[in-house]
Design a protein around this ligand. Structure first.
Ligand code: UDH
Ligand code: MN
Length: 323
């Protein structure tokens, strides 16, 4: 009897041992490949981020693993035409400035290549749309305004639009409602006001209209505090004899552009990306977008000077296709 009991106890022990071994083997098989897969996946994600950066011809400023850089990414949008000398000086300085401040960023040069008068606001709308992929806030940034004071903030403007080039700091413009030069907005803030008006061809006032948009949308504009460098806070690379401002007003431009535009914005901007080039200037990676804007001459005939209308219109008054 005792022998039978002893034998069955041994069997039970054996069985338990087998079950335990099976469980251990299963656990081993189950978890080992999982860990590898997870590691491989992480590696893939990491390398795809870098591959993407590599195809853009850009360095990721933080190589993706430096926690002090924060999670937000800035699209610097530069409305541009015929300002190569300024760009050559500006781009390396801004890139270095932002990298030192650990602001993740990409610089987009939105180059207007059609035959219409310059349209800063529409180019900013285009820059906003074209930079949507991997950035979550924008800086509309003049190409000729270099920040010199390292205390200037270019961080994510969570509370409201942040006007870096404040009137008391800008070398030239000091009126209280000025929001030109350099202005930061989150994507949501920009969308809340439908971006900028597309009616401003030639120089000026589009930023003042944008101020009204922000005000009416109840967005509070913030500005730098505690900056002690006054009007020397920026270097303005602008010789007004060489870079004269196209401030003529044609047709009923003056009257229309004095009003708040409720019809056009980032949702109505018409354009074509003719080409995209990656370029590095002294270590500063840039995305250059060659943009053909469209203009409806029945709405804003001042997108061409009156003397140019005949040049670019066919006999029926339609804009020729290559313009
Ligand atoms: N820009 C060009 N090419 C041009 C004209 C303008 O690239 O032919 C771009 C460039 O980024 C430039 C920005 O538009 O820095 C502004 O133009 P600007 O430098 O001629 O203007 P300004 O120095 O500063 O007068 C504009 C501030 C806001 C004006 C206040 C009136 N609302
Ligand atoms: Mn200027």
């Amino acid at each position: 009897m005792a022998r039978i009991f002893g034998r069955s106890m041994r069997r039970v022990k054996c069985l338990l041992l087998c079950v335990l071994l099976t469980i251990l083997v299963c656990l081993y098989l189950a978890f080992t490949p999982l860990q590898d897969t997870a590691r491989d996946e992480a590696r893939n994600v990491h390398s795809s981020v870098h591959d993407k950066a590599a195809t853009y011809g850009e360095e990721l400023p933080d190589k993706g693993d430096n926690p002090t850089w924060g999670r937000h990414k800035l699209a610097v949008i530069i409305p541009f035409r015929d300002r190569l000398e300024e760009l050559l000086e500006f781009a390396p300085l801004l890139h270095e400035f932002l990298a030192k401040k650990k602001v993740r960023h990409r610089i987009f040069v939105i180059n207007q290549i059609d035959n219409f008068r310059f349209n800063r606001a529409s180019l900013i709308n285009v820059g906003f749309l074209e930079s949507a992929n991997d950035t979550d806030y924008i800086a509309m940034h003049d190409v000729d305004l270099v920040p010199l004071n390292f205390d200037l903030d270019y961080g994510y403007p969570k509370e409201g639009p942040f006007h870096v080039a404040a009137p008391e700091l800008h070398p030239l413009y000091h009126y209280p409602t000025f929001v030109g030069g350099i202005l930061l907005l989150t994507r949501d803030q920009f969308l809340k006001v439908d971006g900028m008006s597309n009616k401003y061809w030639g120089w000026g006032r589009e930023d003042d209209e944008f101020f009204v948009r922000m005000k009416q949308a109840k967005l509070t504009v913030y500005r730098p505090e505690g900056i002690t460098t006054g009007k020397k806070t920026f270097h303005h690379i602008h010789d007004r004899r060489k870079r004269s401002r196209d401030n003529k007003r044609y047709f009923n431009q003056k009257e229309i552009t004095r009003r708040r535009d409720r019809e056009t914005g980032v949702n109505t901007v018409q354009y074509k990306v003719q080409s995209l080039k990656k370029l590095t200037i002294d270590g500063a990676p840039l995305t250059i977008m060659n943009i053909m804007l469209s203009c409806d001459l029945t709405v804003t005939p001042w997108c061409l000077k009156p003397e140019d209308h005949a040049k670019y219109l066919d006999s029926k008054g339609k804009v020729l296709p290559d313009n």
